[in-house]
Design a protein around this ligand. Sequence first.
Ligand code: TXA
Ligand code: MG
Length: 302
Amino acid sequence: MLRRGGLVAFPTETVYGLGADAADATAVRRLYAVKARPVDHPVIVHVANSSQLDDLANDVPPWGRALAVAFWPGPLTLVVRRRTGAVCDEVTGGRDTVAVRVPAHPLAHALLAAFAGGVAAPSANRFGKVSPTTAEHVRADLDGDVDMILDGGPCAVGVESTIVDATGGEPVVLREGGVRIDAIAHVVGGDVRLATNGEVAAPGTLPSHYAPLARVEVVAAEDLAPQPGAFVLALDAVAVPAGLERLAAPHDADEYARMLYSQLREADARGAQVVLAVPPPAEGIGAAVLDRLTRAASVRRR
Ligand code: TXA
Ligand code: MG
């Protein structure tokens, strides 16, 4: 299907991706059209093995390679200098850099290994909507517009990959995600700068991302109070006052991340007006959860 220019949704350990042959400009244009994604938002290229990094990239710094060795396959994306001709311009939004990731999900690996080339894949949701963590989510969002959906069960991580810019002299984190910042700092042997807001570096990190129809409010546990149409998303250790209904009660930050997007969808399915989200401690994957909740909460509604 990919070789014929088709669109194939597939599971990764983070979220489901919507894949197209990264070398096929027509296929990638269709990918943008189906997602309703602005064409200047570059997409990540997925490959089966770390050894394919050099098919796509030039001048990867030694610490970039060290990060690949440490975290691939896994929820890390490296932005690197793009090798001419390796992927079509549509993939990179015309930039001279390309984002590369080697996912850990066995079904993703099987697909990428069989295809052999790079697969351009954004999350398999319409632009600005909640990312999918099950095949059912993909079907609900994109059915009819994708040629095939591979069902690999629910995603184990649940939030997107950590994106590290490896095109400068030092690593810069463009998006928090499945790999902890302190683990990255440990591998590169120094502090790591975060540039996760504002500038054009990773254009997909717009505040409007990751939002359900319900309003999202990020609240402290002690500020929880009943209000009409409100549902609570909080760790099970958080006491919820009488009169407030829980969406779910994850046990720790990992479980919170795993169920975050499905619970935001569940809120809409239950007709919630507002999701009162008490974030887990902003540490490790908890930092990525807080990032997504904050972005969802910053969406202005009519
Ligand atoms: O976990 C993930 O990364 C998932 C799975 C499917 O792999 N993919 C994902 O893709 O989250 P997407 O398109 O939703 O987000 C990709 C992010 C965007 O913020 C985009 O701007 C950034 O990667 N990106 C892609 N290429 C880039 C580049 N050359 N320079 C800077 N940022 C880039
Ligand atoms: Mg996305």
